[in-house]
Design a protein around this ligand. Structure first.
Ligand code: NAD
Length: 519
């Protein structure tokens, strides 16, 4: 019965995303356990970034639809939070298996709507799946603390309890992984959830929620709304919503942090980045250059942890020609084509923005060593493709250095010493990720200790922590005080209740009122 549900959903989604009929497929809302048609008159186009064909439309949910979704979350919270933790754990154990079983299908939807290569899309689902697997350890993660005999016959213990209704707002670049950072952690802890996927890539979330329903979550405990600003404002303002998880740009993330926290909610905002790879002259050259190229251009640079800036120290400056040669060899193609290393950017506007930032670099005095702006992808001439692009001699005051480019563009700065490199990295406002490439342990240690960035790789270009840790971007890349997933994620989605109890022996009954503060 359950399996039939999945097959039906999969067929429905296939139809929804691949039909080329004149009537464009419409993405549904998910409210109270039902996929429902929106009654809105405002719709947003979803494109295949490799062709720019419209492959579906997404509703801007109406006020009453959003109310219905949050009401379902509110109504189901008492029963869901009282469901035994072992039952919730069992549901998520089934969920992780269903995601594994359907991983390729979800990846295919990601490639279609987001553009990344199929292999990379599978990685997107897999990294989200790992969070679900970790969520299944909830029985350990939610343990409280106890202390016995604080005073005579008195013990204190804490419970970690769910908050209530929580909400998530996701970006376009990881259509599976980032939603999976959000609702599984929240729900396994006993919260109910309102999810707003990116309006540009709704398909993966819709599929993942169908799988969650098939895993056995009660109707109404997870609800999906679609939209842009009105949906975001609704989430920031609704009094029933206790916590908001946001991942996306600084513009949206700062706004949501401010508006949500002004309304008394917990907010965690993971935002933009400018990640530096510091290349020491003693590094393993072949390894380092391959890692740099992979981390700068993979996913067309549309990763918040893309290594978009290289700082070449001392003699490492001589490696530029080899770096360019390696980058040239990457194949730019539609994500579902064999051999593709990087796919298109998400939209024509994103392509224009990337191209104009490259142009600004040239205008401001950088050297364009590799120009991917006119890349021609046979059979996909209307796609938003930009090939690997390398700007050298970049200075910190240049626009191409100050702005997050979010495209396949590597900007290169030079430094004479490790200290100079550290100064550059620490002067940049972002603190999402960084890497150092070296064979010297003391150099690596100095860098990891002195760099003011939340996630550091030593010979690891994209140091995204696995879910038993947390995603710890810092400075301008993060607002809030509790991070995503891992123990931090559990803390974000729970609150403590502390119980102090005293069970006295009969013969030690108080003989008079205790009016003084107990000490
Ligand atoms: P985005 O900010 O445009 O969109 C993210 C979400 O916010 C979407 O659901 C969108 O509907 C909503 N939104 C967009 N603009 C808004 C506005 N002005 N007011 C209110 N809501 C708004 O981000 P994106 O383009 O989808 O994603 C790319 C950005 O996300 C990059 O900056 C990237 O670095 C960042 N990102 C960060 C992380 C991280 O963990 N630090 C991870 C992935 C992506």
């Amino acid at each position: 019965m359950r399996i039939r549900g999945i097959v039906r959903a999969s067929a429905h989604l296939r139809q929804a995303h691949f039909s080329s009929s004149a009537a464009v497929p419409r993405t549904k809302l998910f409210i109270n356990g039902q996929f429902v048609d929106s009654e809105t008159s405002e719709w947003i186009d979803v494109h295949n970034p490799a062709t720019n064909e419209v492959i579906g439309i997404v509703p801007q949910a109406t006020q009453s639809e959003m109310e219905a979704a949050v009401n379902a979350c509110q109504r189901t919270f008492p029963a869901w939070s009282e469901t035994s933790i072992l039952n919730r754990q069992q549901i998520f154990l089934r969920y992780q298996q269903l995601i594994k079983d359907n991983l390729k299908e979800v990846a295919r939807l990601i490639t279609l709507e987001q553009g990344k290569t199929l292999a990379d899309a599978e990685g997107d689902v897999f990294r989200g799946l790992q969070v679900v697997e970790h969520a299944c350890s909830v029985t350990s993660l939610m343990l409280g603390e106890t202390l016995s005999s604080l005073t005579k016959d008195m013990d204190t213990f804490t419970f970690r309890l769910p908050l209530g209704v929580c909400a998530g707002i996701a970006p376009f670049n990881f259509p599976a992984m980032i939603p999976l950072w959000m609702f599984p952690m929240a729900m396994v802890c006993g919260n109910t959830y309102l999810m707003k996927p990116s309006e540009r890539v709704p398909g993966a979330t819709m599929f993942l929620v169908q799988l969650l329903q098939d895993a056995g979550v009660p109707d109404g405990t997870i609800n999906i709304i679609h939209g842009q600003h009105a949906a975001v404002n609704f989430i920031c303002d609704h009094p029933a919503i206790r916590a908001i998880s946001f991942v996306g740009s600084n513009q949206a993330g700062e706004y949501i942090y401010d508006r949500g926290s002004r309304n008394g909610k917990r907010v965690q905002s993971n935002m933009g980045a400018k990640n530096h790879g510091v290349v020491m002259p003693d590094a393993n050259k072949e390894n380092t250059l391959n890692q740099l190229v992979g981390a700068a251009f993979g996913a067309a640079g549309q990763r918040c942890m893309a290594l978009s800036t290289a700082v070449l120290v001392g003699e490492a400056k001589q490696w530029l020609p080899e770096l360019v040669e390696k980058a040239k060899k990457l194949q730019v193609n539609a994500g579902d084509q064999p051999g593709a290393d990087l796919g298109p950017l998400i939209s024509p506007a994103a392509k224009d923005r990337v191209c104009s930032l490259v142009e600004s670099g040239v205008r401001e005095g950088a050297t364009l060593l590799l120009d991917g702006r006119d890349v021609n992808v046979k059979g996909f001439e209307n796609g938003n493709f930009v090939g690997p692009t390398i700007l050298a001699n970049v200075q910190p005051h240049m626009t191409c250095y100050k702005e997050e480019i979010f495209g396949p563009v590597l900007v290169i700065l030079e430094a004479d010493t490790l200290d100079d490199a550290l100064k550059i990295v620490n002067s940049n406002p972002y603190g999402n990720g960084t890497a150092i490439f070296t064979t010297n342990g003391a150099t690596a240690r100095k860098y990891t200790h002195l760099v003011d960035v939340g996630q550091v790789g030593v010979n690891v270009p994209i140091p995204v922590p696995l879910p038993m840790f947390s995603f710890t971007g810092s400075r301008a890349s993060f607002r809030g005080d509790t991070n995503f997933y891992g123990k931090q994620g559990v803390h974000f989605y729970t609150q403590l209740k502390t119980v102090t109890s005293q069970w006295k022996e009969e013969d030690s009954t108080l003989t008079s009122p205790a009016v003084v503060m107990p000490t």
